[in-house]
Design a protein around this ligand. Structure first.
Ligand SMILES: [Zn+2]
Length: 314
């Protein structure tokens, strides 16, 4: 897959897959279809009368408690962030996402299966220029001891730190510069994670109903419960970078800036985007090709991990 920042792209062919929602536990089917230039990434709830549209945009985010949920007119789609990370890293601008339920499938808990689906479909260049946003002014959003700082940059750079009081997590930091090949190699496979002590209370609140060791890293007080252990020693912070890339993907255009995030999460990611996009002068449009040269995305290495069931529909 060639990463091209000059023109907009859609997918070459329909993509069908299915799976279980992490929080709802419901099985859903998804069809990705090509979309025209300037359409953006738009979800369509095909299980609802008239298949209402929910644009994948920061200003349609309606909940950020445990995942990023987008909604419009009372219709929502939850847990879109891993899919959006794959969309942005693949360089996909325009796609219809037809879904017959309220939550995207969690698949293996990472972005890797989504990237593989997009790579299998292939991208089609469209006759429309791609635009990007460049951060214009340094600023910061914070809540308690969590914060995200951003400074102007001609490329997307992310420095993320987390600090969990757990012997296998603790303080972890990861620095990543936008590079699709590096995303495939270093971030795409990092799974969502949680703590066994939280599972009961989450499930009693109707959350994490689809969670299992096949789609999340789960820690008890001392160890990893997944039989195969971690995919990376610092898988947790890598997953946070993946989440951040996905949440930034809810900006209608790729964003260039140098971000430093500490103990942040979906809520702060969204506050940052609202700040960036809604205050005049904080970002400016740049022709994307001027910022980063096109690159070639290396195909993912043969999967050594558990392969999620990708169910064809129809
Ligand atoms: Zn995540």
């Amino acid at each position: 897959m060639r990463y091209d920042l000059f023109t907009q792209h859609t997918i070459r062919a329909d993509v069908h897959f299915g799976g279980t929602g992490l929080h709802t536990g419901a099985r859903v089917r998804v069809v990705l279809r090509p979309a025209p230039p300037d359409h953006g990434v738009v979800f369509y709830r095909v299980d609802q009368p008239g298949a209402p549209a929910v644009p994948a945009r920061y200003d349609h985010v309606v909940d950020t408690a445990l995942a990023t949920v987008i909604g419009k007119n009372g219709v929502s789609v939850a847990t879109v962030e891993h899919f959006m990370a794959a969309v942005r890293v693949a360089g996909l601008d325009n796609v219809r996402v037809e879904i017959d339920g309220a939550e995207m499938p969690i698949l293996d808990g990472s972005a890797k299966p989504f990237l593989e689906l997009l790579q299998d479909a292939g991208l089609q260049a469209q006759d429309a220029p791609k635009k990007c946003l460049r951060v214009n002014h340094p600023f910061m959003v914070a809540q308690g001891d969590a914060y995200i700082k951003v400074t102007p940059s001609d490329e997307l750079r992310i420095c993320y730190t987390i600090d969990f009081p757990h012997p296998l997590v603790g303080r972890q930091a990861y620095v990543w510069k936008f590079d699709p090949g590096s995303f495939v190699r270093d971030l795409a496979s990092a799974r969502t994670f949680g703590f066994f002590r939280d599972v009961q209370s989450l499930q009693s609140r109707g959350l994490a109903l689809g969670g299992s060791l096949e789609n999340a890293v789960v820690f008890d007080d001392h160890k990893v419960l997944n039989p195969d252990g971690l995919r990376y020693r610092d898988e947790c912070v890598r997953h946070k970078v993946l989440d951040f890339v996905g949440d930034l993907g809810l900006c209608p255009f790729p964003v260039f800036g140098a971000f430093e995030a500490h103990k942040a999460g979906h809520a702060l990611h969204n506050r940052l985007l609202r700040h960036l996009c809604e205050r005049p002068g904080y970002v400016r449009f740049v022709p994307a090709a001027a910022a980063v040269p096109p690159r070639t995305v290396a195909p993912p290495r043969a999967s050594i991990y558990w392969k999620p069931p990708i169910l064809p529909v129809g």
